[in-house]
Design a protein around this ligand. Structure first.
Ligand code: PEP
Ligand code: MN
Length: 264
């Protein structure tokens, strides 16, 4: 169902007037985790000033260590709802349990399924039964074929509003957190009709590589780039090392606009 052979035209997903996959690539930005109303609001206020419409933020965090911050849960979703309404932003947040999908649909605009759950088939099937767009991230060690089959799980249950996100894969390379598989973008665009995004934060894990990788993402034909921004990354409860602060994010945005690769 997700194959280009089945449907030649690109899938375009429109939420609150924002087009995902509509031919004008977008930026999906926001903090790694929702930590407080004030923290998310600071980012959202800057989004509004800069004309950005899409806000990400994790409420359920799949952390490597059980002792790390696990997210605010439904409180975090409520914060996103309030701020999304206040600034007319499309909100994106990860859900990790089938049981939370219906509830989450009341608070957020796009449901993210994270890398660690790309092959959580019960979650995929349940996501196929909700009436909300799904942003599906590539698994840590998933092949393109496995990634496409994961999307097929969702669409096969009835939800056709699926978008894909390349977020780096595990390789032997240690200089970056993961290896950004940039070729996945044209490959997924050829093989499927779904919108394709590039997450530069989780793929590189390095602040100094965000801009060049974002440029590469736009240049290679992605439908947008995801990047993390936090008012004070040094005290962030997750991904402190690679999030941009707001002035750095504005500079990142200015550079992308100046490059002509991203039109705003
Ligand atoms: C995220 O986007 O918040 C996240 C945890 O990413 P990934 O699932 O790609 O690791
Ligand atoms: Mn993160």
């Amino acid at each position: 169902l997700v194959s280009r052979k089945k449907k030649a035209e690109d899938t375009v997903i429109t939420v609150k007037g924002v087009e995902f996959g509509g031919g004008s690539p977008i930026l999906i930005a926001g903090p790694c985790s929702v930590e407080s109303y004030e923290q998310v609001r600071a980012v959202a206020e800057n989004h509004a000033k800069r004309g950005l419409r899409t806000l990400r933020g994790g409420a359920y965090k799949p952390r490597t260590s059980p002792y790390d911050f696990q997210g605010l849960g439904v409180e975090g979703l409520k914060i996103l709802k309030r701020i999304g309404d206040e600034f007319n932003l499309v909100t994106i947040s990860e859900i990790v349990t089938p049981a939370d999908l219906e509830l989450a649909a009341q608070y957020i605009d796009v449901i993210q399924i994270g890398a660690r759950n790309m092959q959580n088939f019960e979650l995929l099937k349940a996501a196929g039964r909700v009436n909300k767009p799904i942003l599906l991230k590539r698994g840590l060690a998933a092949t393109i074929e496995e990634f496409i089959y994961a999307a097929e799980y969702i669409v096969s249950k009835g939800n056709t509003q699926v978008m894909l996100c390349e977020r780096g894969i595990r390789t032997y390379e240690k200089a970056t957190r993961n290896t950004l598989d940039i070729s996945a973008v044209p490959l997924l665009k050829q093989e499927t009709h779904l919108p394709v995004f590039v997450d530069v934060t989780h793929s590189t894990g390095r602040r100094d590589l965000l801009l060049p990788c974002a440029k590469a993402g736009f240049a290679i034909g992605s439908d947008g780039v995801m990047v993390e921004v936090h008012p004070d990354p040094d005290v962030a409860l997750s991904d402190a090392k690679q999030q941009l602060n707001i002035p750095q994010f504005n500079e990142f945005l200015d550079e992308l606009l100046a490059s002509g690769l991203y039109k705003g």
